[in-house]
Design a protein around this ligand. Sequence first.
Ligand code: SAM
Length: 230
Amino acid sequence: MVKNSSDDYPKPSALIQFLIRLRQVIFPGSQNYWQKRYLMGGNSGKGSYGESARFKSEVLNKFVRDNNIDSVTEYGCGDGNQLSYADYPQYIGLDISEQAIKRSSALFPEDSSKSFSLYDPNEFELNKQKFSADLVLSLDVIYHLVEDEVYRKYLENIFNSAKKYVAIYSSNEEVHGMLHSRHVRHRKVTSDIEKWFPSWELKETIKNVNAESESKGKEPSVDFYIFQSC
Ligand SMILES: C[S@@+](CC[C@H](N)C(=O)[O-])C[C@H]1O[C@@H](n2cnc3c(N)ncnc32)[C@H](O)[C@@H]1O
């Protein structure tokens, strides 16, 4: 289990803490946000389409080939669009939105190498048994996990399920305050992983080639962080 320490982050000022709490009261929660978004016809966001989706898949397809990866599980697969570019021997896509799982499954009806499932983030042992894979992916999900508990459970599930590698595509910078939208919370994820999962080491960082055009300098860049079991 991950340890629960109040010293994990530098403490923001009282005003910022108040604003964060206010935002949490107004915001329905990350899970609720995504479930509603898909039910209303929304998609996984711009990171799942076009140049961003192509870049993510180029990096991952090469990694899978170079490291003889047999099985891949993704926590937070979204609407499945970015998978159109993926070339994995066996793939399981998981999400907390039933609608996202329905849409992803509908995109690949004839492809027996891909399967999709709704998963329960509280079922750590069951998730480990059912969804273990050589490589576990987290792509454009972590900075959407605004609640600390949801974030910790998510990391615990991905590291529990990974046999060899975890590939995270995320921002990696603590940003306090209200500068970003309600469903975004940037964190120093590599530091948290170092503290909470000491049997994993950062093997490689791969910079996002589209970073400047995507963030326009306003948001932290989103890059690849690849961890290896040691
Ligand atoms: C921005 S989309 C990214 C989709 C896909 N990974 C991609 O790169 O195209 C974020 C996804 O994370 C999912 N998500 C949100 N909270 C989650 C959680 N606690 N566990 C797993 N997935 C979650 C959302 O439902 C959504 O499909």
